[in-house]
Design a protein around this ligand. Sequence first.
Ligand code: HDD
Length: 700
Amino acid sequence: MASKKAPRSLSATAPTPKLPAETHQVASEGDPNLTTNHGLPISDNQNSLKAGVRGPVLMEDFILREKITHFDHERIPERIVHARGSGAHGYFQPYESAADITEAAFLQDPKKKTEVFARFSTVAGGAGSVDLPRDVRGFAVKFYTSQGNFDLVGNNIPVFFIQDAMKFPDVVHAVKMEPDRGFPQAASAHATFWDFISLTPESMHMIMWAMSDRAIPRSLRMIEGFGVHTFRFINAEGVSRFVKFHWRPTIGSAAVVWDEAMKISGADPDFHRRDLWQAIERGDFPEWELGVQVIEESQVEQLDFDLLDPTKLIPEEIIPIRPLGKMVLNRNPDNHFAETEQVAFCPSHIVPGIGFSDDPLLQGRLFSYLDTQLMRLGGPNFHQIPINAPRCPFANNQRDGLRQMHVHKGRVAYEPSQISPPGAPRECPVHGFRTNPEVETGEKIRKRSETFADHYSQARLFYRSMRPPEQNHIASALAFELSKVEIIEIRNRMLGHLGHIDAGLQETVADALGIPLEDAVRIKPAVPPRDLDPSPSLSLISKDPHTLKGRKAGILITDGADPDQFAAILAALKKAKATVDVIAPRIGGATTSDGALVPADHSLTGGPSYFFDTVVILAAADAVPDLVREAAAVNWVRDAFGHLKVIAYSPAASPLIKAAGVDPDGGTILLDAPKSVKTYIAAARAGRRWDREPTLRSVG
Ligand code: HDD
């Protein structure tokens, strides 16, 4: 706005310069001055202002006060759920036009890339908790489309614990640390969670997923994502169809085993965040295919469950996924707080061509996220934070409010107006968002639909679609979690539910807990469970792509190791597209028999074998006695074997293999001939040795 009283040096008619449009950019290159937040150059950033060098600090030190005050306010309320997240930038590109099913602009032109920001998260733990608890993973993507932001706020599990948003605060309070004692952090293995779950039969399907390997993913780059609810796609002719969103990682999905998860959580709490960051830094960009299951309105009645019930899925074998395009994450955030922390996802952010269904859980979410962002980000202008701002122009008559960054001009902030300037924002009746005109009738009522009442059939479907190792892991997880529940009645009630899912599962868990089956509480299902056809596409093992792409190998090497063998293994692993880290007894590296130094990425204690998908031990005979005496080395091998990994080792390393109690099998490869490198790569590509598991631990 023009200053009425211009300083003398300015001409009376020249207005004061206006604020630049982008005032929130931080000055950096070319301006090395350290200043206060108000631009005052600072002469000393090491010492506070004191009365004498050994005297008291003066209240006058406004520079110290500004710095400390800012620091004191550097945290914002963390998300009540999904507090711990890792994000990345990238783009989405459709394979071809999807105009037949949706008019969404970002799904029309295969040549057009749409900018995205993705945030992956755990649910229960705080922002500073670990990456590998047993937990659901959030999979949220913001598409900055030409028609506004579309937020697809999903999880890595296609169903949910509850059917109605009314129960969300309850399920979250139950899983979070117990309020009196403040523990456990980031864990569902405690009484309040299982108390709630055992009284909430609708959660049984989700429980099967949460106890499965899906809840301990190997990498965020390898998780599947799901929109969970039924949404709508609407095309330009106004034809509406129901859709379910699916994300599929192009390198396939994989999980860790539970013992690994527990150890990784201690050794590297940032295991997933680091893995995502490093992959992007090295140019190994994570990719997912986005697809939809399309359900015609006429098909809805043929489904044996209610499409509005978020505890149900449609097996791909019944309605296949139509691929839409690919998301590539190719840039790490510049600043974790500014981007990953401040990004604000809202399921209500949709674009023309996409619509909601009447799923009561979704309907509740449409309210909750905006409300939470207002609180978390301090007011109604959070859409102006760079990570949240649409990339397309946006304009309306909303004004002012906390943290307003825009300097809106003019006197008109309403419409209609006769005096608004040309170009003032107006409705767009032609391409503006229109709600799908559904006919809604019904009495006002607080009641669950009877079509939501079958709580066990799909839990059974999921369990029976798993391969035996996966079923064993579900049983083990249930036994582990319930063993942490000190209230016997809760364990017994859970056992009652398991009986409706699968009698074998119930028996295994009861046995593992040491509870007589007769103690299982008798629960009368609202609807008797049915046997549905298994869906092999739900099993991770069935879909294992048997690849080393995106996987990580660890080579433990000692002084005196054979350089040719090292070079051959390294080349073969790289050819198979694995990344390779070198581990040496000391971080200074290892000197091979030809005197060359092999730099190490980790020392033995800093690079345990559970950081890797497959391991190689290249030890010289002289070095082995020291390794055999070294607990970290013995555990390195023992863990790799116990975690079902393929292990290759030089003949000289045999005493170490023996000391670790390894009983050689098809997954332990002796590198005694040039062709054994090939044998090793083939075995490593095949992934974990599930056949070894029953010889190592009692499952269930
Ligand atoms: Fe939620 C965050 C996913 C049900 C209320 N949710 C949040 C995030 C994801 C999900 C991925 C983190 C987004 C980010 O990275 O910032 N939530 C889901 C899915 C659900 C679901 C897939 C069921 C299908 N959520 C749900 C319900 C409610 C909420 C029923 C409330 C009625 N969710 C929230 C929230 C959060 C949130 C409290 C916390 C932080 C935030 O929103 O931004 O509003």
